[in-house]
Design a protein around this ligand. Sequence first.
Ligand code: GAR
Length: 196
Amino acid sequence: MNKIAIFASGNGTNAENIIKYFKNNKAVEVALVCTNNPKAKVIQRASNLNTNSFIFHKKELSDSSIVLDKLKENKIDFIVLAGFMLLIPSTIIEYFPNRIINIHPALLPKYGGKGMYGDNVHKAVLTNNESETGITIHYVNEKYDEGDIIFQIKCNVDPSNDSINDVANKVHLFEYKYYPKIIEQLLTKFLLKKEK
Ligand code: GAR
């Protein structure tokens, strides 16, 4: 069994979609949702699907081993960021080499970096008159949005007609369609290695 922890800070629609996708999977389980935001909607979404949440303070993530200890205690194999707003500390990255991934709502390296999340990204895409945007799934390193890219897919945008909401909706649909599948593919490779 592969155990996933999802890190999310806000609404959690991707987290919900991923939990549902693996619900009856015999090889993969979303064992834990981790959040720095006690008010995040993701906590209720997880609870509705009988998935435990672990809430921690920003400082506990950066300055202590509380989060890593929780991941070890739950025997987590793989970490998925889905709308998580904080940097993952190097202690966790070193413990999970190539086993932490993130989704970004644009075509990295464009529109990445600190402060570039959610609607800020879509707003910047429209302001710059881009004709396309998309999603990027990438490995996580110590910097925002800079790890190696695993998967990208583009969609068209129309800056003269599309609202931020329109762009967000197009991007979200891609996220729901592709993120769980990419996670599954990566875990299949990981499981093969684990069994060797
Ligand atoms: C998603 O669109 C995700 O790509 C983005 O936050 C949204 C979270 O939505 N992540 C980033 O911007 C990371 N820099 P959700 O909470 O409904 O899943």
